[in-house]
Design a protein around this ligand. Structure first.
Ligand SMILES: [Zn+2]
Ligand SMILES: [Zn+2]
Length: 250
């Protein structure tokens, strides 16, 4: 009995395998995604041939946009370095390949890559790269606000699937669930003025999901103590109260 070098689940057979079947599948999918989707997409963003989500606001007068997107350039450099390193492990000369050839070399040497003694570490560094790429490639509208950075207070936004978050400002890193829990504790201090549909939409940005119908029902049944404003259909909601209602209904 040996164990997977990455997830540490016991594996029955093939002592030569560094990774269990499920980690091998995930690893291979990440490698494929990197060369097939992420790098080409990042390159067109870098060259400003593509936008993510709605086009950016027109820049302030006198502030011409940079000719290339520097953030995408960083992500590309990290991704390409990973590919070059792996390709170089297959054959030293491959390390000098451009990224596309390096990726092809990796794709055509599946067995070698998956059984590399360093596979578990390579997996971990690729996972980090891949998540950052994915985040950069996710339209801002699809990002959720998970809270704020506990160290510097920067707003923390991530893709809905993310498990960890790295602060773009101070580089603090931590689990998404913990940041969300911290945020949820503070929801009782937060008020939102608007119609039920608007507060539902606002909460959805924080990955808290309820429908405007639910909110209207709670209002009619007196379960929410939102104060009506002088505008028709508009209330001052306490966000903590809404999430507490959701907790006992889900
Ligand atoms: Zn595993
Ligand atoms: Zn921070």
């Amino acid at each position: 009995m040996t164990e997977c070098q990455r997830c540490h689940k016991p594996m029955k057979t093939a002592a030569a395998n560094m990774l269990c079947t499920s980690c091998r599948t995930d690893y291979w999918a990440m490698i494929y995604q990197l060369g097939h989707v992420q790098l080409p997409a990042l390159r067109s963003i870098m060259l400003r041939q593509a936008h993510i989500g709605t086009p950016a606001h027109t820049p302030n007068k006198g502030n011409a946009p940079l000719p290339i997107d520097v953030r995408a350039q960083d992500l590309i450099a990290d991704s390409e370095a990973w590919l070059a390193e792996q390709a170089g492990k297959i054959r030293a000369a491959y390390a000098a390949y451009d990224w596309r050839k390096a990726w092809y070399a990796i794709i055509s040497n599946r067995h070698t890559i998956l059984n590399m003694p360093t596979a578990a570490d390579d997996y971990a560094s690729l996972q980090h790269i891949s998540r950052r790429n994915e985040q950069a490639l996710t339209p801002e509208e699809a990002m959720v606000i998970i809270g704020t950075c506990p160290k510097c207070g920067h707003q923390a936004a991530s893709t809905p699937q993310a498990e960890t978050w790295t602060c773009p400002d101070c580089k603090w890193q931590g689990g998404v669930q913990a940041i969300k829990a911290e945020r949820d504790n503070k929801l009782w201090q937060l008020e939102y003025t608007g119609k039920p549909v608007e507060v539902a939409r606002y909460l959805a940005k924080m990955d808290i999901h309820c429908t405007s119908d639910q909110i209207r029902q709670w209002l009619t049944r007196g379960k929410l103590h939102a104060t009506p404003t002088k505008h028709k259909g508009e209330y001052v909601f306490n966000l903590g109260e809404i999430t507490a209602m959701l907790d006992c209904h889900n």
